[in-house]
Every structure is written in C-alpha cells, then in structure tokens.
Unconditional design. Structure first.
Length: 195
C-alpha cells in the first residue's frame, strides 16, 4: 500500500510537469525555458484561440445588479467598423475588481456565432439588453426632464405657440428613449429644444 501511494505521488508530479492546452489554438509566445525555473510574474506559454472567442468587460457597481447571465448583448468592434455580433452574458464574477478606484465586476460575454475577421485582443463596445417591453408609448429621452416631484415634458397643445409643461409618469429609461406610462397620448407634440 505504501509503494502504491508513493507511485501515485510520483505519477502526479509527472502529470504536473506536462503543460496541456485546455482549448485548441495557436501558441503565440513561449516565455519559459526548458530546465529553468519559470517566472511567477507572467504566463509560461501564451495560447490564442482561433474560434471560440469571449469578451471580458468590467461593469460598474451601479449597473451590475441589472446584468444577469443569459442577457442578450450586441457587440461592435473598433477594428471591424462594419461588423456587429450577438452574444450572451455567460458569467458575472461575484467578487469585485477595483479599476482606477471604482468598484467593477468582471463580466464574460460568449459570442453566439463565429465572427469573420475577429482577432484576439480587439476592443469591443457592448449594448446589453436588461429589459424590454412591446407596444409602449415613448418619447426621446432628451425631451424628459427631472422635477422635484417626478418627470415632465414640454408639449405644444391645441395650436399654442408656447409649450406647456406636463407632468408624466415614466417606465423604462433607455439610452435614447423613455417609456411614458401616463401624462401623454399618442400624437402629442413634444418639444425637444426651444430656439
């Protein structure tokens, strides 16, 4: 039994001596030298995948509560201006990462389909869908102003030349549109900017 245990220890040491790639890819750098102690400050070998790409992003603590695994993501790439891709949130790290003094959470996005021309280390811009509704009344976000009691918009009503301020109740607030739950009707003329 002692000899069998010793054999298992030696076999485990031999297994640790071999470096095996977890995925298919191309070796782009070898930083380790045979028969020398490898540096602890960097990777021994750099392996770049050529197909199964993922995107890593750091989401601020303000937004991370709305980011859930499975959420749809639209991606664009600085290096590929005419290419868009679809992805899903794969994981959100439970532990925070401090980036320039701000609390962030590393989020991994898996691409749904391969993207032609994509390369490792490209910069990506993300649009993450956190909620959606259909058949809603909405106005441009810049037409809605915050008030002491809620929200308001300026409306041209009944042929008036000066707009009236109307209190509204809002729902979802997106990057460019705001859902209106009450206070406006379809067809109302909303003022974006007064000249």
């Amino acid at each position: 039994a002692a000899a069998a245990a010793s054999l298992k220890i030696v076999q485990a040491q031999f297994a640790k001596a071999s470096i095996k790639a977890p995925v298919d890819g191309i070796v782009t750098a070898v930083n380790a030298i045979a028969h020398e102690i490898s540096s602890l400050s960097g990777p021994a070998i750099v392996l770049e995948t050529d197909n199964d790409f993922q995107v890593e992003a750091y989401i601020s603590e303000i937004d991370v509560a709305r980011i859930l695994p499975g959420a749809q993501v639209k991606l664009t790439f600085d290096g590929l201006p005419d290419v868009t891709a679809q992805g899903v949130i794969a994981t959100v790290d439970p532990a925070a990462t401090i980036v320039l003094g701000v609390v962030n959470y590393k989020t991994t996005i898996a691409l749904i389909a391969p993207v032609v021309g994509i390369k490792p280390a490209l910069t990506a811009d993300l649009e993450i869908l956190t909620d959606s509704k259909e058949n809603v009344l909405f106005v441009p976000r810049k037409s809605v102003t915050k008030t002491a009691t809620g929200y308001a918009v300026k409306v041209l009503a009944g042929g008036a030349k000066t707009p009236e301020v109307r209190e509204v109740q809002v729902g979802l607030i997106g990057d460019s549109e705001t859902e209106i739950l009450s206070g406006l009707m379809e067809g109302d003329q909303v003022v974006l900017k007064e000249l």
